[in-house]
Design a protein around this ligand. Structure first.
Ligand code: F6R
Length: 360
């Protein structure tokens, strides 16, 4: 039941603090230890998924590569053939699938197993096809997701990948006890922070949807871990509000995409980490100079730096940038939701899309 919400999607967006708590509380220590062991002994790691699950894979790739120095690649499941000859015994494949039934991901799992790789599934559905065919399974505990657009299954996938990266970090000696504890503390704070973010931003998002509803295009720009976050934000807007939305690494925007930007063109910036703040400030200025409608998701500590340049500013908590995407994606989900509703579409049943895709 929708429990009083007009759509499952809105209910599921609001359930995220609870879904994240359940996922953290439901961590299977033994299975995580097994997977950490596997990662420590892996030559190479591929993370595969489709759609939103692929975006979670890109975040995982970012964490594994930067925090652990592991040779990791995120790959769209249906493009697995590129890697078939490059995968061997001693490699690990992490297959992310909310439903556990997406045929593209299942076919890729079979092909990589055939090559001798070990497979770890991350799924929300117990005993679904992909977990059944994998060597190890880490479950998200988001509860059933009815809305076609993935929301709470995405944020809980990020939780599982982050916990995995942190545990592997300790085991590999790449993270000190202090760093590990600080990051775990931040992760444990996410449900509470997210509750506040939803309460604080929902009205502002609704107001922004009145602007977005008459636009034909939008860019989502970020750097570093903000790139997959932008990709997921753009996918949500595209699939339920039917607005053409494209994500780019912000640095790449001046190598082509900026040609389209004119007065009022919405450009959504994800600003997350200290390392990229100055470069992003430059990118926001470039867009502002072309009279773009600049929308920024910004940590509180940088709001002053950006305020003059942004048409709309969302002030978000200061939190380690590796954890921040779990919070930042939520107002973007709400933006897609309210824009779809403002345009008169049913966000639970976007045209042409199925919740589980069972044809290649
Ligand atoms: C987007 C969305 C789809 C799914 C994709 C993979 O909101 O829901 O892009 O993420 O079809 O589905 P799973 O995770 O079930 O393999």
């Amino acid at each position: 039941s929708k429990e009083g919400y007009p759509h499952f999607m809105l209910k599921e967006i609001h359930e995220q603090p609870f879904a994240i708590n359940s996922t953290l509380a439901g961590i299977n220590e033994k299975e995580f230890d097994n997977v950490v062991n596997l990662l420590l002994n892996s030559r190479k790691i591929l993370i595969i998924g489709a759609g939103t699950s692929y975006h979670a894979g890109l975040v995982g790739d970012y964490l594994f590569t930067t925090m652990l120095g592991l040779d990791t690649h995120a790959l769209i499941s249906s493009e697995y053939k590129k890697y078939v000859n490059a995968v061997n015994e001693g490699d690990t494949v992490i297959a992310i699938s909310q439903s556990g039934e997406t045929i593209d991901t299942l076919v890729a799992v079979r092909a990589f197993k055939e090559r001798g790789a070990k497979v770890v599934a991350i799924s929300n559905v117990i005993d679904s096809a992909i977990p059944r065919e994998s060597n190890y399974v880490l479950y998200t505990r988001a509860g059933p997701e009815i809305g076609v657009a993935a929301t709470k299954t995405f944020t809980t996938q990020l939780v599982v990948l982050t916990v995995l990266a942190l545990r592997a970090g300790i085991a590999m000696g790449r993270l000190s006890q202090d760093e590990y504890r600080n990051l775990m503390d931040s992760l444990n704070k996410v449900p509470g922070l997210l509750q506040n973010v939803i309460t604080k931003t929902e009205g502002k998002v609704k107001a922004l949807s009145e602007y977005m509803k008459s636009r034909n295009n939008a860019y989502y720009l970020g750097r570093g871990i903000g790139v997959p976050l932008s990709m997921e934000g753009a996918l949500k807007l595209k699939e339920i509000a039917y607005i053409h939305a494209e994500a780019y690494p912000a640095g790449e925007s001046k190598h082509g995409p900026i040609a389209l930007v004119e007065e009022g063109y919405p450009v959504v910036f994800s600003i997350l980490d200290d390392d990229n703040v100055d470069a992003l400030l430059g990118n926001v200025m470039e867009m502002k100079a072309r009279d773009a409608y600049t929308i920024g998701f910004v940590p509180e500590k940088y709001v002053g730096k950006f305020r003059e340049l942004l048409s709309v500013t969302f002030e978000l908590p200061n939190i380690d940038y590796r954890i921040a995407p779990i919070i930042y994606i939520v107002p973007m989900q709400l933006l897609a939701y309210y824009t779809a509703v403002a345009r008169g579409y049913d966000p639970d049943k976007p045209r042409n899309l199925a919740k589980t895709v069972t044809v290649e």
